[in-house]
Ligand binder design. Structure first.
Ligand SMILES: Cc1ncc(COP(=O)(O)O)c(C=O)c1O
Length: 454
């Protein structure tokens, strides 16, 4: 029997296309609406914010979209990413389950985010854009876009959620090293930021607020566009290189997953690894269970409402139908900053409504415990976001042990935690607690959902 640990593909095996799940869905996702007219938005409505090539990807129903060769060329800096068989973790858990993980922390920024940052920078550059504004939670997305700005000669401005800005000074230093500008959000630089600071000068920020600031900046200048690190269809599309490579690597291992697991913030790394598997099932192929793992302090899929909502706090974005906690919901400042978003990607939400995926939530202590066990077994210390996927995978492996089943588990290790060591230090010092959101905060945010005629 083979005892291979790493399954490595050749650079020529980097996917040539992104996979678009919309082509295989039994029903299309609900349309994006203009908040003024409540009518579906057209490409022209989105043009102030995004280059047309990305808008066309956003609404595409083609199954495959070719990856431009300059993007594939840059992907070669870290892709194909390795797939590991977690043999040492299996031993530590004494489980009959086989655990595999796709490791996206090998990218220069340390996560899956450059898979779309490079693509978005490429299309913006091609459209003659000079400057891109964006938001970042944990700093992974901001670093990835900053990196892409350096590769394509674009100015990058990043609004970083204040609580993460304070928790992660070295993420900011990395963005600045790549040549980007990084601003703590809410900031005094935008009307939406100033409005929030007026009410609460010590506001910890949220992804919803940072998105408002970045959108506002992009809408004001002709040479500036906006980029989002998750949630939108085209972002999820770009991440499907993860699942396509994983399929080839699982074939190399002579195995196939019974369950595919990933953490969900806005849904992009989850979509990246799972959509090719969901598509395979929908086309009549092997059936695979798909499990999304989210933070219990910001549980959009498991506790949110499936409704039309804004993507940002200041209501500058169109309305999308998604699982949402309400656009004014401010999650508590738990350490997985990249998972502190009030909504879930409309495509992931649609899959949940169609019963194509399952979801569960965990509090942060259980996730850090899993991450530490993973680090001590496999050597890689995961990002706090990725610890949610690790927790999910470990619990599935323990279920297999209890049931005496040798199932195959595949999860996405979306990033390493080398810039998140303060959170591990706090965890070991006993300073981390399981933060709860306020029930009345959630009720108020949900009460403020826009009313959309059925
Ligand atoms: C390492 C890592 N994993 C996961 C996420 C969550 O984002 P998404 O749900 O878009 O994959 C983030 C977001 O910043 C992240 O940094």
């Amino acid at each position: 029997m083979s005892d291979t640990v790493k399954y490595i593909l050749d650079e020529t095996q980097i996917p040539k296309h992104w996979y678009n799940l919309v082509a295989d869905l039994p029903t299309p996702p609900p349309p994006v609406l203009h908040p003024g007219t409540m009518q579906p938005v057209g490409p022209a409505d989105l043009e102030p914010l995004f280059p047309m090539s990305l808008i066309l990807q956003e609404v595409s129903t083609e199954r495959e979209i070719e990856i431009p060769s300059p993007v594939r060329d840059i992907y070669r800096q870290w892709r194909p990413s390795p797939l590991y068989r977690a043999r040492r973790l299996e031993k530590a858990l004494d489980t009959p389950a086989k655990i595999y993980y796709k490791y996206e922390g090998v990218s220069p920024a340390g996560s899956h985010k450059p898979n779309t940052a490079i693509a978005q920078a490429f299309y913006n550059k091609e459209a003659g854009v000079k400057r891109i504004s964006t938001e970042t939670g944990a700093g992974q997305w901001g670093s990835s876009l900053a990196l892409s700005g350096a590769f394509f000669g674009l100015e990058i401005e990043v609004f970083m959620v204040r609580v993460s800005y304070n928790q992660k000074p070295y993420r900011r230093a990395l963005m600045e090293s790549y040549g980007a500008r990084c601003i703590a959000s809410p900031s005094n630089e935008t009307a939406s930021g100033r409005a929030i600071l007026e009410k609460r000068p010590d506001h910890p920020g949220s992804l919803g607020i940072a998105i408002s600031e970045a959108v506002e900046v992009a809408a004001q200048r002709d040479d500036t566009k906006y980029a989002l690190g998750s949630v939108l269809n085209h972002v999820l599309l770009h991440q499907t290189v993860i699942g396509q490579e994983a399929m080839l690597q699982m074939d190399m291992a002579g195995d196939a997953p019974d369950v595919v697991i990933a953490c969900t913030g806005g849904g992009s790394n989850f979509a990246g690894i799972s959509f090719p598997y969901i598509g395979q099932t929908l086309r009549g192929g092997r059936k695979t269970r798909i499990l999304a793992v989210e933070p219990a302090a910001c549980p959009s899929i498991t506790k949110g409402k499936y409704a039309y909502d804004f993507g940002d706090t200041a209501h500058l974005t169109p309305l999308t139908k998604m699982h949402t906690l309400g656009s004014t919901f401010t999650p508590p400042g738990f350490h997985a900053g990249g998972l502190r978003y009030h909504g879930m990607a409309p495509l992931v939400s649609h899959c949940a409504e169609l019963g194509l995926i399952e979801a569960r939530s965990y509090h942060q202590l259980a996730c850090f415990e899993a991450g530490v066990l993973f680090g001590r077994s496999e050597g890689i210390l995961p990002a706090p976001e990725a610890n949610h996927a690790v927790r999910g995978a470990i619990d599935e492996a323990l279920r297999c042990k209890a049931e005496g089943k040798a199932e195959t588990i595949l999860f996405n290790l979306s990033g390493h935690g080398h810039f998140d060591m303060q959170s591990y230090t706090d965890y070991f010092a006993g300073k981390l607690t399981d933060l709860q959101y306020e029930d009345n905060e959630l009720a108020m945010a949900l009460a403020g959902l826009p009313s959309v005629p059925e």
